[in-house]
Design a protein around this ligand. Structure first.
Ligand code: MGP
Length: 237
């Protein structure tokens, strides 16, 4: 099964649990136990080969094209005195579909994060900072959501990233959700801001994936460094 199919099919908790279930005895416990109880006189054992192959499918991990790292910037650890970024921490690196769901299902989604939090998912070994050498010449597309309304778009963005759904996926560094007092923002960071065609393709594809109808802007990190909040959109999609 292709990675995209696994990702798209594993969106319910039930299915996720099926994929991530590591219980060595999945038949134990619960109502299913009673249904699975052998009838008196039933021959146990059955088709051993098919049981083994089913178990193999359930436990076979599905590797992703890239490894990804979740990073978190805790608002209470941010300090006006400290250098920007000194409180950003890598949380977990994953490289299979199963690992993704096991972490995603056990962390707060944006609507449950405290105001000021930044939650990132970046390709392994790329730091979510302008200073990272791979991000340095890049920029970001930003989508804006009403407060507490970014959970679904955040999940769709993550699935698009790890499922390699962008035509110019090599251009992508990662994504971040910023939880702020009045709104949530999701930004998609890319590598080569000067490659206009690639940036526009990513921006348009991302909007389609999210079904996002507003115009979005692309800001080059160099401009943000120099002009801070005065930086203007270099591209629009
Ligand atoms: P931000 O967090 O990307 O914007 O940058 P936001 O969410 O609009 O602002 P906030 O105040 O609501 O958090 C905010 C400021 O953080 C920037 O103007 C920079 O001063 C600093 N900053 C942000 N980033 C992503 C970087 C970075 O990668 N490197 C450095 N040195 N500073 C950054």
């Amino acid at each position: 099964m292709a990675v995209e199919e696994v990702l798209n099919s594993a969106t319910t908790e039930e299915e996720t649990n099926a994929i991530t279930n590591t219980n060595p005895n999945p038949r134990s416990g619960g109502a299913a136990d009673e249904e699975d109880e052998p009838e008196e006189g039933e021959i146990l054992g059955g088709d051993e080969d098919s049981r083994q192959s089913t178990a193999a499918v359930v436990h076979q991990p599905h590797p992703l094209e890239h490894s990804w790292t979740f990073w978190f910037d805790n608002p209470s650890a941010k300090s006006k005195q400290a250098a920007w970024g000194s409180s950003i921490r890598p949380i977990y690196t994953f490289s299979t579909v199963e690992e993704f769901w096991s972490i995603y299902n056990n962390i707060h989604h944006p609507s449950k994060l405290t105001v000021g939090a930044d939650f990132h998912c970046f390709k392994y070994k790329i730091e979510p900072k302008w200073e990272d050498p791979i991000c340095a010449n890049g920029g970001k597309w930003t989508t804006i959501f009403q407060k507490g309304k970014s959970d679904t778009s955040w999940l769709y963005t993550l699935l698009a990233l790890i499922g390699e759904q962008f035509d110019n996926g090599d251009e992508i560094c990662g994504a971040v959700v910023n939880v702020r007092a009045r709104q949530d923002k999701i930004a998609l960071w890319t590598k080569n801001a000067s490659n206009e065609a690639a940036q526009l393709s990513i921006g348009k594809q991302w909007k389609e994936l999210l079904d996002y109808n507003e115009t979005i802007g692309f800001i080059i990190h160099e401009d943000a460094k120099k002009l801070d909040r005065g930086a203007k959109d270099r591209y629009k999609a």
